[in-house]
Design a protein. Sequence first.
Length: 415
Amino acid sequence: MTAPRFTTFGCRLNAYETEAMTRMATDAGLNDALVVNTCAVTAEAVRKARQEIRRLRRENPQARIVVTGCAAQTEPQTFAEMQEVDHVLGNAEKMRAETWSALANDFGTERVQVDDIMSVRETAHHLIDGFGSRSRAHVQIQNGCDHRCTFCIIPYGRGNSRSVPAGVVVDQIRRLRDAGYNEVVLTGVDLTSWGADLPGRPRLGDLVRRILKLVPDLPRLRLSSIDSIEADPALMEALATEPRLMPHLHLSLQHGDDLILKRMKRRHLRDDAIRFCEETRRLRPDVVFGADIIAGFPTETEAQFANSLRLVEECGLTWLHVFPFSPREGTPAARMPQVDGRAIRDRAKRLRAAGERRRHAWLAAQKGSVQRVLMESPRRGRTEGFAEVTLEADRPVGAIESLRITGHEGGALTA
């Protein structure tokens, strides 16, 4: 018998949850099982999951295949109809130890276990010792989303926003620090909504300051993607005054044209994004921005797309994630007039090229600087601005090293 094997698609939160599921499934004794943790953010993500399931069945005809994640939550019938699939689990069910125990012991388990995610009121917090490396750990502080952007299926996969209490978060980070981790990344679906459902309605900045105060020996605290319009004053103050909060923000911008932003049902306008980046850079001059931008949203004209292109420069974006628009059934955007597929691909290509030029220029500008690098492997690490660094000689994994940058190659700095 072999331990359960997991395949993970999508975001860092999915990867975090895979780590928790791996432990629950292993503790339950669910052997010879293949688990696919799916993503629903685009139709392409669902297609890739289905393709992977078919491949796994061809190569493992006797194994049990369990499908879970956001795509399993939003379209369980899609996977239930696949003859390769033995079980379909929803996003709430997958985080319960009893689910995996029932599967391991064949307690008359239903083939499809997907309940109403909107009825879930709490986030199941699991104590994860970190994953991906022995240097950086991820802590889930929030799940779900209360917003209803017209292109996004994720609230229907994750449910409404739920926050992990601050005390639980701090205790987990203390535990990770005691285990030797030098960096912790706060993760969630809508990170800046943290606290809205907790007593007193604290904000993300309050949590960040509490972590830094109560875990004084934590060298580095990092945020995953944030919604800039929700950044609170305490968070901005922490960025300005606390060097242990990393100067790297990945922004959920999505577009650079006001009319398209309104059709997306976003809560910010173009000038809001530019003003946020300018203000953050004034407070923290070494800040590095990443962003998500969608190309080819329904009704997008060439002139509106040009506004997104210009935003790359005007906001000074370094790490760009470009998403060619993909209609998701059940969302308002899927019913809007669609842009021609060739135009979408062309615009995505041009956005990526603009992002690549910005990234290349930023990497070149780092030559000669001294960077604090967290070593993820003997010859690879990350700067505070999240740039990858490669070395010619080994350094201790997990250590934070001060290194002089000699140049860049293949999208990574060299030192």
